[in-house]
Design a protein around this ligand. Structure first.
Ligand SMILES: [Zn+2]
Length: 477
C-alpha cells in the first residue's frame, strides 16, 4: 500500500450527473407518511422495510411507469446528531436493495434537515473497505454533494478515519515500527509539521528505557515518533498513541485466540495519527504534539523477561510481572516526555486491556481522566454524536496492586479491575496538574455492520475532535 493511499477516499460523490436520480427523503417519525404529489400509487418494497437501531426506518418506493424512485427515511426526531449513522444505514440499504444501483445517483431532498457534513462523513465511512490485498467488486452508491455540506471538512474527517482504519488493517509483516514511523513522517510532511523519529539504540536505552525494554526482543528496532505542529502561542494539545505493531505477549505468550488480532495493537497510534491529520487538515488554531512509541513485542533471546527491573524515564523503577502488559510501559516513558513541557491537555489512546472489554464490550471504549468533570463532559459529547466512550474511575484503592518487592512498582494488577490498574499505572507518569485523558479501546469491528467494515475501527476519534473543537477552538459560523 502506497503511503498516499492510506488517505485516499473513493469516488462516491458527484457534483452533477447524467444518471437517473434516486431521491432520498427524510421524515420525522410520527409525522405523516409522504405521498406523491401527482397522486400516483407508490409501491413499497421490501414490504417490511428496514428497521435500524432506534433511529427509524428506511423504505424504498418506486413509481412503476416512470423511473422516479425514492428512499423514504423516517427518523427519530430526538436523534438529530445521528446524521453519520443514518448515512451509513442508507448507504447499506442502497447496496442491499437497489438492484440497478450503478445507473442511479442518490440525492438528498432539500428539506433533509440533518447535518449534511456529518452525513457525508458517514457516506465515506460506509464505503470504507480495505482493498490492499483483495479487490472489491462492490458497487458503491453515488451521492450528489448535498448543498450545505462542508466538503473540505467532511473529506478531512473521512481521511483521518480511513488513515486510522488502514493502519490498523495493515498486517504486521507489512507495518513494522519503522513503517509506522514512515507513515507518520509522510503525514507530518504533508502538513509541514516538525518531526523527529528516535531510532538510535543508545538514545532509546538511555532516554526511553521502557520503550527499549519492550522493543528490543524484535529484530525490527523500536522507535519513538515525535512531531509538533501549529503556533506555540496556541493551546497545547498532546496526543500519545500506543504503537505495538504486533503483540505476541512476549514470554508471557498469548494463546492463539488472543494473539490472532494483535496486529491491531497499534490502534492507539492509528487513532492519534488519524485525529492529528484531521486537526492539521482543518488548520485548528492549536499547538499540537503527537508522540508514538512504536515497538514489536516479540519472543527472542533479547526479549525482556518476567522479574526484569527497569528504570523508567522519570526515574521510577518498574519490575515486570507480565511481559504482556507492555503497552503501559511504552506509554509511561512517552507520557513522561509529554509532561516535560507544559500542556493544556494530554490525550492518550491505547488498545490497552482485555479487562476494558470485559467491563464494556467491544463497542464502548473506557475513558479515564484525572478530572472527573472533564471525563463526564467527554462521555456526554460521545453519546451525543454516537461515538461512545464510558467513564471508569481511577480508583486509588487498587493502586496497592502495583506494589513490588524490589522496585517502586510492578506492571500488572491482581484483581479483575485490569483496565483501572493499567490506567493507575499510567497516572503515575502524568503531571498531576495537567488535564489528562486516557482511552482504552478495542479498535476493531468484529462483525461487519453498516459503516463499520469488519476489521480496524476508529473509536473515539470523532468524540475527541468534537471535544477539542468545543474547548480549544471557536469555530466561525
Ligand atoms: Zn500485551
Amino acid at each position: 500500500m502506497k503511503r498516499a493511499d492510506l488517505f485516499t477516499l473513493p469516488d462516491i460523490f458527484l457534483t452533477k450527473t447524467e444518471r437517473k436520480i434516486l431521491q432520498v427523503s427524510l421524515h420525522a417519525a410520527g409525522g405523516n407518511r409522504p405521498s406523491a404529489k401527482d397522486n400516483i400509487d407508490w409501491k413499497s418494497f421490501p414490504t417490511n422495510g428496514n428497521n435500524f437501531r432506534d433511529h427509524g426506518k428506511i423504505t424504498h418506493e418506486y413509481k412503476e411507469k416512470t423511473d422516479t424512485r425514492r428512499l423514504i427515511v423516517t427518523i427519530d426526531p430526538t436523534r438529530p446528531n445521528a446524521a453519520m449513522d443514518i448515512a451509513t444505514l442508507i448507504f447499506q440499504y442502497a447496496q442491499d436493495h437497489i438492484p440497478d444501483l450503478d445507473s442511479y445517483a442518490l440525492t438528498l431532498d432539500d428539506n433533509f434537515e440533518i447535518d449534511t457534513t456529518q452525513f457525508c462523513v458517514g457516506w465515506y465511512v460506509a464505503a470504507y473497505q480495505f482493498t490492499a490485498f483483495k479487490k472489491s467488486h462492490r458497487t458503491l452508491p453515488q451521492l450528489i454533494w448535498p448543498k450545505n455540506a462542508d466538503k473540505k471538512r467532511a473529506q478531512n474527517i473521512a481521511q483521518g478515519i480511513y488513515l486510522a482504519r488502514n493502519l490498523i488493517n495493515l498486517p504486521a509483516n507489512i507495518l513494522g515500527p519503522s513503517e509506522l514511523a514512515d507513515a507518520a513522517q509522510f503525514m507530518a510532511q504533508k502538513h509541514e509539521a516538525k518531526i523527529t523519529v528516535i531510532k538510535d539504540e543508545n538514545t532509546l536505552r538511555k532516554s526511553f528505557p521502557l520503550v527499549h525494554a519492550v522493543g528490543k526482543g524484535s529484530q525490527r528496532a523500536p522507535c519513538v515518533i515525535d512531531f509538533s505542529w501549529g503556533n506555540p502561542k496556541h493551546k497545547k494539545i498532546t496526543l500519545v498513541g500506543k504503537g505495538v505493531v504486533f503483540d505476541t505477549g512476549g514470554y508471557d505468550l498469548k494463546p492463539s485466540s488472543a494473539m490472532l488480532l494483535m496486529k491491531k495493537d497499534m490502534g492507539g497510534a492509528a487513532m492519534a495519527l488519524g485525529l492529528a491529520h484531521i486537526m492539521m487538515g482543518l488548520k485548528l488554531p492549536v499547538h499540537l504534539r503527537v508522540i508514538i512509541p512504536a515497538v514489536e513485542n516479540s519472543v527472542s533471546g533479547s526479549a525482556f523477561r518476567p522479574m526484569d527491573i527497569f528504570t523508567a524515564r522519570n526515574g521510577k523503577t518498574v519490575e515486570i510481572h507480565n511481559t504482556d502488559a507492555e503497552g503501559r510501559l511504552i506509554l509511561a516513558d512517552c507520557l513522561t516526555l509529554a509532561c516535560e513541557s507544559k500542556n493544556d491537555v494530554i490525550i492518550d489512546f491505547a488498545t490497552l486491556t482485555g479487562a476494558a472489554r470485559a467491563a464494556l464490550g467491544f463497542d464502548v471504549p473506557a475513558l479515564f481522566s484525572n478530572d472527573s468533570d472533564l471525563a463526564q463532559e467527554i462521555q456526554n459529547i460521545s453519546l451525543h454524536i454516537d461515538d461512545p466512550v464510558w467513564h471508569l474511575p481511577l480508583w486509588r484503592g487498587y493502586a496497592s496492586e502495583m506494589k513490588s518487592n524490589h522496585a517502586d512498582m510492578n506492571n500488572t494488577g491482581t484483581s479483575p479491575a485490569g483496565a483501572i490498574t493499567a490506567a493507575l499505572f499510567l497516572h503515575e507518569f502524568v503531571d498531576k496538574k495537567t488535564p489528562w485523558i486516557h482511552i482504552d479501546h478495542y479498535a476493531w469491528e468484529p462483525y461487519g455492520r453498516p459503516g463499520r467494515a469488519k476489521g480496524g475501527l476508529d473509536q473515539s476519534l470523532r468524540t475527541m475532535l468534537t471535544y477539542i473543537e468545543k474547548n480549544f477552538v471557536t469555530r466561525k459560523k
